[in-house]
Design a protein around this ligand. Sequence first.
Ligand SMILES: Cc1cc2nc3c(=O)[nH]c(=O)nc-3n(C[C@H](O)[C@H](O)[C@H](O)COP(=O)(O)OP(=O)(O)OC[C@H]3O[C@@H](n4cnc5c(N)ncnc54)[C@H](O)[C@@H]3O)c2cc1C
Length: 322
Amino acid sequence: MAGVVVFCETTEKGIRSASLPALTAGAALAKQQNGTVTAVVIGAGVAAAAQDAARYAAKVIAYDDPKLAAPLAETHAPLLADAVKRAGAGALLGTATSTGKDFLPRAAALLGAGMASDVTAVLGPNRFRRPAYAGNALEEVELSGAVIVASVRQTEFTPAAASASAGAVENASPGTIDALGAEVVGLHATKSARPDLGEAKVVVSGGRGMKAGENFKVLEQLTDLLGGALGASRAACDAGMVPNDLQVGQTGKVVAPQLYIAVAISGAIQHLAGMKGSKVIVAINKDPEAPIFQVADYGLVTTWEAAIPALISEIKKLKAGG
Ligand SMILES: Cc1cc2nc3c(=O)[nH]c(=O)nc-3n(C[C@H](O)[C@H](O)[C@H](O)COP(=O)(O)OP(=O)(O)OC[C@H]3O[C@@H](n4cnc5c(N)ncnc54)[C@H](O)[C@@H]3O)c2cc1C
């Protein structure tokens, strides 16, 4: 079977920018398979998102139903599998966001398909490159079977550019929607004026050495001065200093900004797995032996209490032209 279905996550206005790298990977795979790209959007009131997705794909399949308002893998994964069948496609792709990581393996299981996760390159019609051993090795995997599934690493593919001619939108019936007993109890959206961690050009992350959540306020000041996003190590998240969605690393978010500032973070391999791709890495740590200094381009052996206020004051001076 030829053709690639790309799962596009949605907002009220359109598709999430995190889905654009998956559309790029989808186009690369479709080329290898001599097929076309079909985007799929799922939710309640996704007409605008479907139109938006049509700017990037030859065809869009939209499942629009009030019962699909909550983003549940139980209800959405069967529709991803259905879209693959409708499109007669040989592949299903999405971005390795929290949602993609939740929905895609389940869809793969429903399709009886093999899956490659966190793909960093499309090498052939069913061949991908992906990191292994917390990013310390890269492996090439070949998937067999009539349908293959992959999640792609957002930072490794350039966002797709809109094409001049829009694709056609097909509104598909979701059929019986069964949440299998699962229920969304509440959704607490993080409202932030800062850029998304995955897209920010500057990321300032704090670790366990920040000692308390309130101490992150000083990192927020630095982050905002630099127009960046705030991140954290898993230890800082697990200690409840900051929300879990700030976690950078193997089991958190993968970031690749122009500038990554790691403050009071030791540099465990699981943390490095999420930020090693950053262009310039600055480490601030009081321990000269901290492993973070091995990957840092610039290192400051001192406490954050001494370094961060001084940095903030210097940046303010520079910004004021002084
Ligand atoms: C399966 C698995 C998955 C994992 N996934 C992740 C992940 O996704 N992301 C992640 O981050 N971790 C992850 N971890 C955890 C990881 O192994 C480390 O435990 C964690 O990254 C440590 O966080 P940290 O560097 O903040 O804390 P620590 O290792 O405790 O380091 C704190 C650092 O702060 C420094 N420090 C202390 N006080 C100050 C001060 N005043 N000024 C300056 N520096 C100071 C110390 O010198 C030290 O280097 C994972 C672990 C496992 C087993």
